[in-house]
Design a protein around this ligand. Structure first.
Ligand code: SAH
Length: 379
């Protein structure tokens, strides 16, 4: 996947380092990779006046612009030097697809090295949520997810994650979506990739997204959700960051036997280990944890599983939990589909009856392959 079409197996084994091209990799350094202090240092290194760091931050994080022509408060010579070394173009829009009469927009981005990734903007009457990617592709190999089927391409840099948000914030502000100008209010790490497998860059991105402008984009930490397959040690580490972000855990079944196949990383960290890490997160953050449950016909939708789910969640998390049922979205090559509505209703009823809050997530963008588990970034 990462090698050019002209590569042959023979050449590759003989000279792997020389011929491993075109090399894909992280982009050059960008303002959005850096903390406020690091930005000041980077500007000083270029021999520019310290206040230029704040001017650049203001353009990027407050005015949401990356166009040098907008930066008229910086003299031309300095501007090109600063932009060249701190604001390389990271993401180029390849195409945008719309659904729900324009209220859902999926954007396909190309990174500097040709890597493709997607993000999805969803506008609701009272809020606008952006679903962002933390990796191009995903290495977790969940069999019902199109991203997982494609494998991992590479991690995204902090700035590549942040730039998806900056760009959607500009779309909302400029009112180019139906409904006129608005504000990007929520961010969910539910696009491509496993955020906790790209831990350091994701945490830095959360800080850039949530720090007040012009240090960051100024979106409240409580409005950011990090969704994970359940990398238990990383969940605990995230709790210790003492941020107010919401944690979502993609559980999909309460028993290890089935979860070992639905979420292969369960072979490493079991349901118990994942739920006790989730409890630690809930206790440390004081926030309820969301449990994601993609409901799959005849696979994980049995009444006994609903009862067992409620029981185990109550044991581990008490009232500090909420279940989101996601009707399975179809993916290419998968034989599975969503449960019939009556089965879904009964599942939700049983979880609620078991003492755990449970609702069905509204699905957006199925017709443009923008719904949960459908992001494949096909150019
Ligand atoms: N890797 C992280 C982030 C991806 S979030 C995680 O797994 O949590 C995407 C969510 O959609 C996850 O809960 C995932 O399990 C779910 N999902 C994947 N494929 C799906 C599908 N075909 N239908 C419905 N939900 C799906």
């Amino acid at each position: 996947m990462l090698v050019g079409a002209w590569d042959t197996g023979q050449v590759m084994t003989a000279l792997p380092l020389v011929f491993d091209a075109p090399k894909r990799g992280l982009p050059p350094r960008h303002l959005a990779d850096l903390s406020v202090a690091e930005r000041a240092a980077a500007v000083a290194e270029l021999g520019e006046k310290p206040f230029r760091a704040k001017q650049l931050s203001n353009h990027y994080f407050s005015r949401l612009t990356v166009d040098p022509a907008d930066m008229t408060d910086i003299p031309a010579a300095s501007r090109s030097r600063l932009v060249e070394s701190l604001m390389p173009t990271l993401l180029t829009e390849v195409r945008a697809l719309e659904a729900d009469r324009g209220a859902t927009r999926k954007t396909l981005w190309r990174a500097h090295d040709g890597t493709l990734l997607e993000s999805v903007l969803m506008r609701y009457p009272d809020r606008a949520t952006l679903c962002i990617s933390s990796q191009a592709g995903c290495g977790m190999a969940c069999p019902f997810c199109a991203t997982g089927q494609g494998g991992l391409d590479r991690n995204l840099s902090t700035a590549e994650i942040v730039d998806q948000v900056r760009s959607a914030a500009a779309v909302m502000r400029d009112g180019t979506m139906p409904g006129g100008p608005g504000r990007l209010s929520n961010i969910v790490f539910m696009g491509m990739g496993e955020p906790l497998a790209n831990y350091k860059r994701v945490v830095a991105a959360v800080r850039r997204i949530t720090d007040p402008a012009p240090g960051g984009l100024g979106i409240g930490q409580r409005s950011v959700t990090v969704s994970t397959v359940g990398l238990a040690p990383a969940i605990r580490k995230l709790a210790d960051e003492k941020m107010q972000v919401r944690l979502a855990v993609s559980l999909h079944t309460p028993d290890d036997e089935l979860r070992d196949t639905l979420v292969p990383v369960n072979n490493r960290w079991s349901v118990d280990e994942v739920l006790s890490a989730a409890r630690y997160y809930a206790d440390t953050s004081g926030r309820r944890v969301s449990i994601e449950y993609a409901l799959i016909r005849d696979i994980n939708d049995q009444p006994w599983r609903a009862e067992l789910l409620a029981k185990r969640l109550r044991q581990h998390l008490g009232q500090l939990v909420h279940v989101n049922v996601i009707p399975l979205n179809p993916t290419p090559g998968s034989k599975w589909d969503a449960s019939p509505k009556p089965v879904e209703r009964e599942f939700v009823r049983l979880v609620n009856a078991g003492g755990v809050a449970c609702t069905v997530r509204d699905t957006r963008g199925q017709d443009i392959a923008a719904a949960c588990g459908q992001l494949a970034a096909e150019g």
